[in-house]
Design a protein around this ligand. Structure first.
Ligand SMILES: Nc1ncnc2c1ncn2[C@@H]1O[C@H](COP(=O)(O)OP(=O)(O)OP(=O)(O)O)[C@@H](O)[C@H]1O
Ligand SMILES: [Mg+2]
Length: 398
């Protein structure tokens, strides 16, 4: 990957005194459960590889015990890998000296946990700037950057208050501020929102998403919540029994699950929110130029049982729609082209418009929804049947 910040290759972690037994058993095709039973070794992470690009929001998702926390702790060697390679910003983490590792954890990687504890006797600001204190940053600078981080999470003005004066949701924001303050290259977040009430959790997701559009951090975010993963992740790695079973965008995973397991996992997701116009888009069956004769267009509309058709100029820009009644009128009055018969009756979407936003428009016009780029070039159309089929996961049938 051109601009990768995190590179992980063949990473494994076996808990127990005899990892080689576990590797042999894995080689022989044994499962994690069998290996535990037969050898007492815990296969926490097995042969995991992935890359995270600079500025990417990468989500690791899986059920409890699938190895998510172990994976992130292997990245900064809070847990020592049994096998594999980890590079952060081009640096080989496994080759680092003790001091190099300390520097890495202090400056290049920050962590936000689910159950992180604020120091009760330190102010909110001191808590937020804690990572900076560890770095040896002086007090003025800590106040400045601590305040900045607090402002980012909506807690400007709370620097000198104490944690007990804050609600649970606000305290979690301080945790987020603490992760942001050191301005590390990589932010590791292990289920930071899992303990929150659903509404506050949603707020925090929105906040983090908004922040990320501004700060463009490289984030490795862990969750067992699929909707959270879909909402936040640029890409998602799905883990099972310590292995990564699929990596892709939320859309790719939903449209094309790699295994039965992933398919079951994503079965409940709200497809209309995750899938976009791009996934339901089809080639238009036909388009016409404005010079086409009303007779030809009418004949095609008749044969295709269509009520209208898009009319494009030479470079594919939509000029309008030729609707059957207008075309018929033009033919009757002896017009030589459909130029004068064009109208604006159509709806547009862009490639990334969520399917749920297409419903209102999908049956209102004589032509399917047009998917366009910024210059109104027609990229494709979304017929209502294709919209419905994509939503139900039956695309092959269209
Ligand atoms: N220190 C340890 N010693 C032995 N086994 C461990 C240790 N830490 C984790 N494990 C095991 O490794 C596996 C992966 O655990 P991990 O905590 O990474 O899962 P997780 O996906 O983060 O789960 P959760 O969603 O519950 O946090 C589990 O089977 C767990 O029991
Ligand atoms: Mg965990």
């Amino acid at each position: 990957m051109a601009d990768s910040m995190v590179e992980v290759e063949g990473l494994s972690k076996i808990f127990g005194p005899h990892p080689e037994q576990a590797f042999d058993a894995l080689q022989a095709g044994k499962t994690k459960d069998q290996i535990l039973e037969e050898t007492g070794q815990v296969v926490a992470v097995q042969d995991v590889s992935f890359e995270v690009a600079k500025g990417e929001f990468f989500v690791v998702m899986g059920l409890s015990g699938s190895g998510k926390s172990t994976v992130v702790r292997l990245l900064n060697r809070l847990i020592e890998p049994t096998r594999g390679r980890v590079h952060i910003g081009g640096e080989d983490v496994l080759q680092l000296s003790k001091e190099g590792l300390r520097q890495l954890r202090m400056r290049r990687i920050s962590m936000v946990f689910q159950h992180f504890a604020l120091f009760p006797h330190r102010t909110v600001g001191e808590n937020a700037a804690y990572g900076l204190k560890v770095q040896g940053v002086d007090e003025d600078e800590r106040r400045r950057r601590g305040n900045e981080a607090l402002e980012r999470v909506g807690l400007g003005g709370w620097f000198d208050n104490y944690p007990h004066e804050l609600s649970g949701g606000m305290q979690q924001r301080v945790g987020l501020a603490r992760g942001l303050a050191p301005d590390a290259d990589v932010m590791l977040m292990d289920e930071p929102f899992s303990a929150l009430d659903p509404l506050i959790r949603r707020d925090m997701q929105d906040l983090l998403w908004q922040l990320q559009t501004e700060i463009k951090k490289t984030i490795v975010f862990i969750t067992h919540d699929l909707n959270e993963a879909m909402r936040l992740g640029d890409r998602i790695a799905v883990m099972r029994d310590g292995a990564v079973v699929q990596i892709g965008t939320g859309e790719e995973i939903i449209r094309d699950p790699a295994t039965e397991y992933v398919a079951d996992f994503v079965a409940d997701v709200d497809r209309s929110r995750v899938l976009t116009a791009e996934s339901a888009m089809r080639e238009p069956r036909r388009t016409f130029s404005p010079d086409a004769s009303p007779r030809d267009v009418l004949t095609w509309l008749d044969q295709s049982e269509a009520n209208g058709v898009y009319v494009l100029d030479g470079d594919g820009t939509i000029l309008g729609v030729a609707r059957d009644d207008r075309v018929a009128a033009a033919a009757r009055t002896g017009e030589t082209s459909i130029k004068g018969a064009l109208m604006d009756g159509y709806a547009t979407a862009t490639l990334d418009t969520a399917l749920q936003d297409l419903f209102g428009d999908s049956s209102r016009h004589s032509v399917p929804i047009a998917v366009v780029d910024g210059d109104r070039h027609l990229l494709g159309v979304v017929p209502r049947a294709s919209l419905l089929a994509t939503l139900s996961g039956d695309e092959e049938t269209v």
